[in-house]
Design a protein around this ligand. Structure first.
Ligand SMILES: O=C(O)CCCC[C@@H]1SC[C@@H]2NC(=O)N[C@@H]21
Ligand code: NA
Length: 612
């Protein structure tokens, strides 16, 4: 069989792929005609705030596990080894901080959109800036998410590119519009099961084709694909333990801490405890997803070695490698290629549906409702129309992505870093620095976005221009074997060409974008706040600041005085929260200080803190 010929699906493959779309549509229809029949925004956008932590945790994981991870991560591991796996270390802090800082603050404010927080803490202008930035980020990200699987599928199986894009986009938009957040969460659960099953099937068959587990291990180890701890502190090295383990924390905080798609899931939990639990339960799900993607890259290497289909010119981009591998390996297992393609589109659908639902939410809640009073029914109808409109916009965005040529994994993570980073900085400025004021917030956000695009675009262009340096300045894994002399020579050449000065700034690893941009927003935001008259502690809206110092003191106190921990903590009076659309929330009453060390009404401690 000529390996360069495109592989074709058998009829059973198409059936499995069609079944996935039909099943997703049925879940959407089910939630369109049961329960409250999606007639209120509370149901359409927040699932009646009744969600339990298990489906939520799978949905939280699925939202940012798109075809990009299913295709891009194995290609990354195949090319550069398992260094990328260290991003898993960033999931610890990347989920603990959202669980114990962001969720308590956002949950107790009874927010509808996470950007409502920005108006409570700063002013309406900051809220609008945050909302628009989020919309910009998610529309581009969804464009990548829709286009990625269609491109890979088209390249390897001849499946019509825009047919796949339209099928994905339309089915997804339909069930999201019909079934609201309940449908999005439950299709995420179903699609995650399909995604994991597909990946596992390919790994098992791949290991068999490579000659068994021990044979696979020997090949990847001798091929230098098992990376150790690369503790190189050089921030321009693309993947090291620091860029992934530390830079990854900021990336995770921008996604699982302050991204509307995730915060909306926390807010749709029945109780704050369920929300915190769902955040904790994301950790094992993410580790499994990361493990499956990395293992697939290793199995691909065990099967192809260094003469990859890319070098054989069977495919044109490394993002097509996974699908080529699947069609190559599973050709004799009718139905499995269809299962893997269903896995790929499941990853995509679960991300696109979450994004469309969150885009509709912030648009209606942040941009429309505050300016026009309307009935619940009308607001829900507009939300559904918005979901459809964003579906169409994202299909157009897929075409724009078609025009750009970049590794999809790096493209997606760069978008998160360039746009998600400044948003993370904006929320950190508000939550951790009571002295920050609105002018500081707006100018800080602008500075963060400016730096982000300067480094991001500059880095992209400088990589394109200097042909000597490879597509991204990665440290080559020195391949053992006859050609290692060549590789060493090339590495020496790269080091010689390594950019210095401003050029060095441009070649910052994309994994540091989130950290750099969020820090820029905080630093500039604080400087401008001090220059323009910092906010006094008691001017800060109740519940919008996390008392870092007080929590640290109470943690220290519990450590030093173990006997103190069994006495009941002092009662705290909760005063009413002024909700944004005017009606004051009745919160009067007293409440035990919760074990998350965040007092039920954090601002009172800020007053104490700032007044001390
Ligand atoms: O798959 C995607 O859509 C984007 C690539 C993964 C996004 C980041 S990587 C760290 C975190 N872990 C995940 O599984 N997704 C996010
Ligand atoms: Na997904």
């Amino acid at each position: 069989m000529d390996p360069s010929a495109p592989k074709y699906f058998t009829i059973i493959d198409y059936v499995i792929f069609a079944l996935l779309l039909v099943a997703s549509m049925c879940i959407g229809l089910y939630y369109a005609f049961t329960g409250g029949r999606q007639s209120t925004t509370r149901e359409f956008l927040f699932a009646d705030r009744s969600m339990k932590c298990l489906p939520l945790s799978l949905s939280l994981m699925a939202t940012f596990q798109s075809a990009v991870a299913v295709i891009g991560t194995p290609a990354e591991v195949y090319t550069n080894g398992t260094q990328y796996w260290f991003i898993g270390c960033s999931y610890i802090l990347g989920l603990l901080i959202p669980a114990h800082i962001f969720i308590p603050v956002f949950y107790r404010l009874h927010l509808t959109s996470v950007y409502q927080y920005l108006e409570l803490r700063f002013c309406k202008a900051v809220r609008i800036c945050g909302t628009v930035t989020f919309i910009f980020q998610m529309v581009i990200y969804v464009g990548v998410g829709i286009y990625t699987p269609a491109l890979a599928l088209n390249a390897v199986t001849g499946f019509h590119l825009w047919g796949a894009v339209l099928a994905t986009g339309l089915v997804c938009t339909l069930y999201t519009t019909l079934g609201g957040l309940k449908a999005v969460v439950w299709t995420d659960v179903f699609q995650t099961v399909v995604m994991f099953t597909g990946q596992l099937a390919v790994i098992i068959v791949g290991v068999q084709q490579a000659g068994g587990l021990s044979e696979t291990w020997v090949k990847v180890r001798d091929g230098g694909r098992i990376s150790g701890f690369d503790l190189n502190p050089d921030p321009t090295v693309r993947h090291t333990f620091w860029t992934l383990g530390v830079g990854g924390v900021f990336l995770m905080l921008s996604l699982y801490g302050v991204n509307q798609a995730q915060v909306q899931r926390y807010l749709s939990s029945r109780t704050e405890k369920e929300a915190v639990m769902s955040c904790y339960m994301v950790f094992p799900c993410l580790q499994v997803a990361l493990m499956l993607s990395c293992l697939m890259g290793l199995v691909m290497y065990a099967c192809y070695g260094n003469n990859s289909p890319l070098e054989q010119q069977y495919i044109t981009s490394k993002d097509q490698m996974v699908l080529y591998f699947v069609m190559d390996m599973l050709q004799n297992f009718p139905g499995l290629p269809g299962l893997f393609v269903a896995c790929l589109f499941s990853a995509s659908l679960s991300t696109i549906s979450s994004a469309l639902n969150s885009l509709a939410t912030v648009t209606i809640m942040d941009l429309i409702k505050p300016h026009y009073s309307m009935t619940e029914a009308r607001a829900t109808r507009i939300s559904k129309m918005l979901a459809v409109s964003y579906g169409i916009i994202c299909l157009a965005m897929a075409y724009v992505v078609h025009l750009m040529k970049s590794s999809v994994l790096q493209a997606a993570l760069s978008i998160f870093g360039m746009v998600g980073g400044p948003l993370l900085g904006l929320f950190c400025l508000g939550i951790f620095f009571p002295c920050a004021n609105s002018i500081g917030a707006v100018i800080g956000l602008a500075a963060g976005l400016l730096i982000a695009f300067w480094v991001g675009i500059g880095g992209f262009l400088s990589r394109m221009s200097s042909s000597v340096v490879p597509p991204f300045n990665s440290t080559y894994t020195v391949a053992a074997g006859p050609d290692n002399i060549t590789i060493t020579a090339v590495t020496a050449l790269i080091d010689a060409a390594r950019p210095v000065g401003l050029h060095g700034f441009y070649s910052l690893s994309y994994m540091w974008y989130s950290a750099l941009n969020s820090s820029t927003v905080v630093i500039i935001g604080l400087i401008v706040s001090f220059m323009t008259g910092r906010t006094k502690g008691d001017d800060v809206a109740s519940g919008t600041v996390y008392p870092v110092m007080r929590t640290a003191r109470s943690l220290l106190y519990k450590l030093v005085e173990p006997s103190a921990c069994c006495t009941s903590s002092p009662q705290h009076k909760i005063d009413g929260h002024k909700e944004i659309n005017g009606n004051v929330k009745e919160d009067a009453g007293t409440q035990e200080e919760t074990e998350t060390f965040l007092p039920s009404n954090p601002v009172s401690h800020v007053e104490q803190e700032t007044s001390v």
